[in-house]
Design a protein around this ligand. Structure first.
Ligand code: SAH
Ligand code: SF4
Length: 352
């Protein structure tokens, strides 16, 4: 069943077991029944009540009158040569969001959206160019994972989730928190990563959680001056304060903070910049993910991707300084599927 704005029945998708228990309180004879429903929706990824064959017909009918189990609709999917897929999902109010799934070494990484659009407005990001959208609700967040899991028939123990799709997850902490709690039923927090542009109150919120996903921070520049040029939000949350917060961020054993660094030609790609970055983050258990810019001539013609030599030199400089570095040689670039360049291209034009 797909989402429908006119459907007043609460959606059971995206809710952790305790919320399902509360919702079902008045229509179950024993708490055990609510747990069974939760298992169907969360553990078995059910799409409707008719599948819940260990419940009586009457109970299923009653559930169907009062609740729904619905996911975002698949509007489009584009498959790249390397097996990554870009998914375009339709929401109940007509908005469209994107997700990407990328097969990697026996795992499937899902890059999911947390908002439809983004108010942060980084000057190299198409989602940012779309402007502020709205926060996704827990069912819309978890629904992306449910649909991809189902469509690709992926065993759940192979799944990694990264919130690097559209939007700034730490500007949507309430719904993200509920979605995480639900996802944790099936996916360990250490296989979930939340990526942020550096929203300090959101990072503090994460730090206070009893079960934390992994943290990725989009650094993107070696100093405050260039950072605020690329990421206007850096004015509000300046680099020195961000770094101070990250130095105090609680890390589980063996965990590290990932710093993402979008590499833009002549802007932040010099060897000296890599050296500054290494000094900046040296004391933090971390790794760096260098992301060569995905160019977009329409939205930011002034920004270009550095040539491969420059990219390699930057990465090697970081490595020589003792850091762990990966370069994202864009997966699925041939279909624009690269995580981090999601644009919800059909936004507003989706026939519904
Ligand atoms: N709002 C969050 C998460 C979504 S963006 C954040 O900013 O971290 C996910 C990643 O994609 C970020 O590291 C961002 O810097 C990167 N990104 C955005 N636009 C990009 C582009 N055009 N090319 C390469 N990476 C990009
Ligand atoms: Fe928003 Fe992240 Fe894009 Fe910046 S990079 S505009 S924070 S989605």
């Amino acid at each position: 069943m797909t989402n429908d704005l006119r459907d007043p029945r609460p959606n059971l998708v995206g809710r952790p077991p305790r919320e399902i228990a509360v919702l079902l309180e008045n229509c179950v004879d024993r708490p055990y029944r609510a747990r069974q429903v939760g298992q169907w929706v969360i553990d078995r990824n059910a799409t409707g009540f008719e599948e819940m064959t260990n419940l009586t017909k009457e109970f299923r009918a009653e559930l169907g009158r009062r609740f729904r189990v619905s996911d975002p609709e698949i509007l489009d999917r584009t498959v790249a040569a390397d097996g990554s897929v870009k998914w375009l999902f339709g929401l109940s109010d007509g908005l469209a969001i994107e997700g990407v799934s990328m097969p990697e070494e026996g795992k499937l990484t899902m890059c999911l959206s947390s908002q439809a659009g983004c108010a942060v407005g980084c000057t190299f990001c198409v989602t940012g160019a779309l402007g502020a959208g709205r926060n996704l609700t827990p069912d819309e967040i978890v629904g992306q994972y449910r649909v991809i899991l189902r469509e690709l028939e992926t065993p759940v123990d192979r799944v990694n989730i990264v919130f690097m799709g559209m939007g700034e997850p730490l500007l949507n902490t309430t719904h993200l928190g509920t979605a995480l709690e639900t996802l944790y039923e099936r996916v360990s927090p250490k296989r979930i990563t939340v990526s942020t542009a550096g929203i300090l109150p959101g990072i503090r919120w994460l730090a206070g959680l009893s079960r934390r996903p992994k943290l990725a921070v989009s650094l993107n520049a070696p100093d405050q001056e260039r950072r605020q040029l690329l990421m206007p939000i850096a004015r509000r949350y300046p680099l020195p304060e961000l770094m101070a917060e990250l130095r105090g961020f609680p890390l589980e054993r063996g965990r590290r903070i990932t710093f993402e660094y979008v590499l833009i030609r002549d802007l932040n790609d010099r060897v000296a910049d890599a050296e500054t970055v290494s000094r900046l983050i040296r004391e933090i258990p971390s790794k760096v993910n260098v992301i060569p810019l995905n160019e977009d001539a329409q939205h930011f013609p002034e920004h270009r991707r550095p040539d491969d030599d420059t990219i390699n030199r930057f990465a090697v400089t970081l490595r020589d300084a003792g850091l762990t570095v990966t370069v994202r040689w864009s997966k699925g670039l041939d279909v624009d599927a690269a995580c981090g360049q999601l644009k919800g291209r059909h936004q507003g034009k989706v026939p519904r």
